[in-house]
Design a protein. Structure first.
Length: 358
């Protein structure tokens, strides 16, 4: 992690062993710790602390004190995870608050958003959670769909015998446990996910009779695919419905005119569904942020059997959390604005603060 946290730790050890803190804002006046009011922010040089109980202060990273939901001020304490096609891990170095950000991958198909039969773009999700030192986070960065092949982490394959059936994009998610085989994905410790976009059919006629664009991923509901330029609203993943949790749906390889001219669904909290029509695209997968409201909604709308096995307790509820659909503007991992995420997915973990007991 960054040097800032080393400086915080050394400063706290030195100052707290003396039983006092120095307030830079009050003429270097010294006060005993017990005299500091709960919730009081105190300044030690360029470092800041807030008293959270009689025995502990929460150290506040000065670069993150007024962070926005994009965490742009914490660049020195960010760890980025790019697409590798495999599980990645991160072990929490110190107790504290961490921001989680994930971007879903793009489906396969036409990359030009102003044209028809375009690939569905990925969504974005973010939130903050408290983790204890030694906790291992498992990161799965979704892959972009390519030709008939769906992207890693839930993007479904198109029909392999036809070049006009494109694969869906993979979701990106962070979990408290390993889920190496997405087809048997266990969502019960998933903290955050960004949906992947649906795959397209073969044409480039925008809004016309041969426009089978894929739906965007992300948000509480992924977008459905298009059939001949018409949105199919029931083919995007939602918080409680889709092809399967984690996995987008493949198109049927039945016979008939245009039967193979159809895209596959993108991965997500619930994966998107193929429209299964000639000149049709696949739906995008939904996003997920583990908050009490979202969990209760999922549990109370037909998912009781699934929540029996849920093992991520309420201590892991995310705050300042939202999942944003791929038709909205948000910051890409590069820091530039994008309208939906293109290419492979991405993930980022940002250390915002650490607890240091007295």
């Amino acid at each position: 992690m960054s040097r800032i946290f080393g400086r915080i730790f050394l400063a706290v050890v030195f100052l707290l062993t003396a039983g006092q803190l120095t307030f830079a804002a009050s003429g270097n006046k010294t006060m005993k710790l017990k005299d500091v009011a709960l919730g009081k922010i105190v300044v030690v040089g360029d470092l800041k602390f807030v008293k959270i109980n009689n025995n502990s202060f929460l150290s506040v990273n000065p670069f993150c004190e007024n962070y926005s939901h994009l965490y742009k001020g914490c660049i020195n304490d960010m760890l980025d995870f790019a697409y590798t096609g495999d599980e990645q891990t991160y072990t929490i170095p110190a107790d504290g608050y961490y921001a989680l950000e994930v971007w879903g991958a793009q489906g396969a198909g036409n990359a030009a958003t102003e044209d028809g039969s375009r690939a569905g773009l990925g969504g974005y999700s973010h939130g903050v959670a408290y983790f204890t030192q030694g906790t291992t986070l498992h990161i799965f960065v979704g892959g972009k769909g390519s030709g008939n092949k769906g992207g890693y982490n839930g993007g479904s394959d198109g029909i392999s015998t036809n070049g006009s059936s494109h694969g869906g994009g993979g979701m990106t998610h962070i979990s408290l446990q390993s889920n190496p085989a997405i087809i048997s994905w266990d969502p019960n410790t998933t903290l955050i996910a960004a949906g992947g976009g649906g795959g397209a059919d073969n044409s480039v006629t925008w809004g016309g009779s041969d426009d089978g664009s894929g739906g965007f991923g992300g948000g509480l509901e992924g977008q459905g695919g298009f059939v001949r330029g018409v949105l199919q609203t029931d083919t995007g993943g939602t918080q409680i419905f889709g092809y399967a949790q984690g996995m987008g749906g493949p198109p049927d390889a039945d016979s008939g005119v245009g039967a193979k001219d159809r895209g596959a669904g993108g991965g997500g909290w619930y994966g998107g569904i193929s429209t299964n029509n000639g000149n049709g695209g696949g739906g995008g997968g939904s996003g997920w942020v583990y908050t009490k409201d979202n969990y209760d909604y999922w549990k109370n709308n037909g998912q009781d059997a699934d929540t029996v096995n849920w093992t991520a307790g309420s201590d892991y509820y995310l705050t300042n959390a939202e999942t944003i659909a791929g038709d909205q503007i948000f910051l890409a991992p590069s820091g530039e604005e994008e309208l939906g995420h293109t290419g492979h997915g991405a993930a980022r973990i940002t250390q915002l603060s650490v607890y240091l007991g007295i």
